[in-house]
Structure formats: C-alpha cells, structure tokens
Design a protein around this ligand. Structure first.
Ligand code: PEP
Ligand code: MG
Length: 408
C-alpha cells in the first residue's frame, strides 16, 4: 500500500511506475499518481507474492495490466504502444491554444486540479482556464508541525501570481479519512464518516482561522476563490460563513488587505448535500461536485478499499441523478457548478457530463487536452437525450453500449 503522504515524498524521486496490492482507483494515492503522470495499477491483491526483486515489469496504467517478465515479443508490442502513446500525447499539445468550444459554439471551461505549487507548470502547459481545485491539505502532510499563516500565505500567493489573474480555487483543509492530520487526532473506526474536511476545521477553530486568513491575504495577488469541502449540514454552512467573516474582521483590524468580494463555494460530495443543492447554491457563490466522494458516499463504497473497488461505479443512475440534480439547482439559482472529481478528467465521460448540463470541468492537468479533444467534437443538442438514456438505465449489460453510442 502507499499513502498519499508517501506519494508526495516520491514526487522528487524519478521512478517509472508503481503497483500496489491495496487501494482504490480514486484514492488520493491514485489521484496523485495521475497528476504526476506516472503509470500505476492499484489493488492487485497478490502482487507481493508474484513479483520478486529484479523482475522486469510492464505496467500498463491505461488498461490496468501488469505483466511480469514478459517475453521479447510482448515487450516489443508494449514498446510500440508506449511510442504510439507518446506520439498521441505530443499531437494533443496542438490543442493547447485552441478555444474550448463545442461544435455548436458553447464555451466549456476546462480547469485544473493541483496538490502543490510545483503542479502549476503542468497547469500552464495544458492551457487550463484556471485552477478549479487546489487540494491545500498537501501542505500539511509529511511534517510534525503545522504550516504557519505566513507559510500558507506565501504558497497561495505564489500559485495566484503564477496563474496571472486566472481563477485559483483554494479548497480549505480536507484532512481526515486517507489523509491524516500531522497532529494526534485518534483515527476513528470509520474515518471517511468521521471528523474529516470541514468538520475537522470547525472543530479546530485556530487552525481554520490561520488558513482562512492566509487565503484571504493571498486574494490580493490574483483571482482567488475559497472552496469548502464536504458540507452536509446547514449549521456547518452557517458556522463556516461566520468563520470566514471573523477572518475578514481580524484582517481589517490588522490593517491587512484582501479581496472583499472573494467568492466562496461549496463542494457537493455527499448525497445529502446534492439533494440540498438548491439551498447551498443560494447561500454560496458557486458549487463544485466532488464525484470521488459523492460516489463513495452514495454507493457506500470506501474509495480506498480494494475489496469493494469493483463496485465503485460512476455510471450508477443514482450518481448521475445526483449530479444532474445539482447542476439544475445551480442553474436555477444562477450559480456556476463545476465537477472536480476524477469523472471530469475521464475523456470517456466528457460527453455524458456535457449531456447532463456540465459546462465547467476541473481535472488533473495531464487529462485536460484529451477532454478538450472530446469537447471540440461534441454537439450538445445531440448529447442531452442520450445522457438521459444512461441516467435511466438499470440494465448493467446495456451501460457500455449506451456509453459507446454517446461517444460514437
Ligand atoms: C472529490 O471527492 O471528488 C474531490 C474532488 O475531492 P477529493 O478527491 O480530494 O476528496
Ligand atoms: Mg472529496
């Protein structure tokens, strides 16, 4: 197994690929691997028993295949595939500067997800419209102390400046579950249902104030937005908005500048939040659907647990209905809604999401141009009825067919 914190340490080391026996494909470890553009195959169960030191491995991250000690012909075949992949990736770079429009001329916003300041180069290389999700908790991993307000401010400021006036959406701390805090909270039996994300921040007001002040201070250096993870209850939202007001007041008292109109958004990651999206949309400036958690909590599948990974299904009609419901609630309230979970970066799902009404996608930079390619060849009018068919489909044998028709 590898934790997200391990992956961050690996960022500075050169390695070709990795495989794990445990974990899930939308665990934060897998997400980091994708953002590092490192091939990986997770949840193999018994690789440790089958692979020995000095074995030669082919790791095909696209199809989820690992081959141990391949013979010459298999190796040659995979070298060809690797070269073809490089050629295709190079070709895609041409799309970097093309406008992101559907065939019927509707602009689609393509934003990037980042974990650390170092990811900004990839965001620029992909020509993203901005950062739709900055997972700020990665500043807090692999250390025993907490980053100070100034240290956080410097990081947020550096990202805001590097983005040159394009939006930078900084998500407040989402620790808990598979990203444990550096200080000693006891880990609950069910950490994904425990003191995680905004719950943890509201339980630690000092920690939250420090981060909010740092984000607000950084807002003078670019177009910064605040994003609150895992909102569920209306009381939490009220308390969160109060905490943000307190941070503003304290900065005013200290004579420090910030953007008075900084947009505050909320993540829709729990079915209860999706079903209350109308209320959240009215109270907030924007919403962002975190499909990784929305799927986890809707289908009761731990996204980090390999034993149920096969049940993790973005195409379950319940998931698609919650996404559509949230998009419609946002449209009704006149507030933008994005998707920033892994679904947004899967080119096989681009047309489906467009068909459900999504106009803003946020994803790991490595997927952005592939998704743009899909956008450029999509006609919205044709997609909506086909997306509805998938949304109503309860026959598991038809899912692949309906999706391929949508993508055909
Ligand atoms: C999500 O849950 O979809 C999301 C974007 O947040 P994270 O993956 O960091 O939990
Ligand atoms: Mg999440």
């Amino acid at each position: 197994d590898l934790s997200p914190a391990d992956m961050i340490l690996f960022k500075s080391v050169h390695f070709a690929a990795f495989i794990t026996d445990l974990g899930g494909t939308t665990s934060h470890t897998a997400i980091l691997a994708r953002s590092m553009a490192i091939p990986s195959v997770m949840a193999l169960h018994n690789a440790r028993g089958l692979v020995r030191d000095h074995d030669l491995l082919i790791v095909d991250g696209r199809d989820g295949v690992v081959i141990v000690n391949p013979d010459e012909s298999v190796l040659a075949e995979y070298r060809l595939r690797q070269n073809q992949w490089r050629i295709d990736t190079d070709k895609l770079k041409r799309l970097k500067t093309s406008k992101s429009l559907t065939l019927d001329g509707t602009p689609i916003e393509l934003m990037a997800n980042i974990e650390l300041l170092g990811d900004v180069a990839a965001v620029k290389a992909a020509g993203a419209h901005g950062i739709g999700l900055f997972r700020s908790e990665f500043l807090f991993l692999n250390r025993s102390d907490l980053p100070s307000e100034d240290e956080q401010y410097e990081s947020y400021k550096a990202v805001a400046e590097a983005l040159d006036g394009k939006p930078v959406t900084i998500r407040t701390l989402d620790l808990g579950a598979d990203k444990q805090a550096p200080w000693g909270h006891t880990v609950a039996d069910n950490p994904a249902l425990g003191l995680r994300a905004i719950r943890l921040c509201l339980a630690e007001p000092g920690l939250f104030q420090t981060q909010l002040r740092a984000i607000l201070r950084a807002s003078v250096h670019g177009q910064v937005r605040i994003l609150i993870p895992m909102l569920v209850s209306f009381m939490e939202l009220r308390q969160t908005l109060q905490r943000i007001d307190e941070a503003r007041d304290s900065l005013r008292k200290d004579g420090l500048k910030f953007d008075e109109g900084i947009p505050v958004g909320g993540m829709i990651e729990v079915p209860a939040a999706a079903l209350s999206a109308g209320f959240f949309a009215e109270q907030l400036d924007f919403l962002s659907i975190g499909t990784n958690d929305l799927i986890q909590y809707t289908l009761a599948i731990d996204r980090a647990d390999d034993s149920v990974a096969h049940l993790y299904d973005p195409l379950h009609p319940a998931v698609l209905n919650l996404i559509q419901y949230t998009l419609r609630a946002g449209a009704k309230a006149g507030k933008p809604v994005s998707v920033c979970g892994e679904m947004a970066g899967d080119p096989l799902l681009t047309r489906l999401l467009l068909g459900l009404g999504l106009r803003t996608f946020s994803m790991q930079p490595a997927s952005l141009l592939q998704v743009k390619q899909q956008v450029l060849k999509s006609s919205l009018e044709a997609l909506a009825p086909m997306a509805q068919r998938l949304l109503k489909n309860t026959d598991p044998d038809r899912t692949a067919l309906l999706l391929s028709r949508l993508n055909g």
